[in-house]
Write a new protein. Structure first.
Length: 163
């Protein structure tokens, strides 16, 4: 499998002190901490985190502030669609455009014309971000999360590029 390259866009302005960078296996412990803060009930297990940081077909990027990871996103092709498989921003760093930058970076690295993601039905803040980026709800997966809350499946259709 060919390793995906994350191209970092110059037009994604982040607040001073934040940097958008590719994520690597060296970020494993920082990602574990971020997951536990952002998703206390749904934090991914160690092996899943190791996989998302090492599998060659996964797109991954992070936002750091003073060497600390404060945001992370990953995506990959699943059954012909590009899936944003996770997107997390530390609660103390939200509403500053970090989630938008992570989402756009993952989208740019996924060439599929259909992009999808799953979000908790109660996570209205994340849903607003995704709607602003052009996603709309296309399905509901009942009792998807550990606490049996439903997941909303959101989808974005991109036009095929001529060429």
């Amino acid at each position: 499998m060919k390793r995906k390259t994350v191209l970092l866009r110059n037009d994604l302005a982040l607040p001073a002190g934040y940097r958008l960078l590719p994520a690597t296996w060296r970020d494993l412990r920082a990602l574990q901490r971020l997951e536990k803060v952002c998703f206390p009930q749904d934090a991914w297990p160690f092996l899943d985190l190791l996989g998302v940081l090492t599998w060659p077909d996964v797109v991954r990027c992070k936002v750091v502030q003073e060497q600390a990871m404060v945001g992370f996103a990953a995506g990959q092709e699943i059954e012909g669609a590009g899936w944003i498989v996770t997107l997390a921003v530390h609660p103390a760093h939200r509403r500053q455009g970090l989630g938008w930058a992570l989402l756009q970076t993952c989208e740019d690295a996924l060439p599929q014309p259909v992009l999808r993601l799953a979000v908790r039905a109660s996570n209205h803040g994340a849903q607003a971000l995704y709607r602003a980026a052009g996603y709309e709800v296309v399905n509901r997966w009942p009792r998807y999360y550990v606490d049996r809350e439903d997941a909303l499946i959101m989808e974005k259709q991109r036009p095929l590029e001529a060429g």
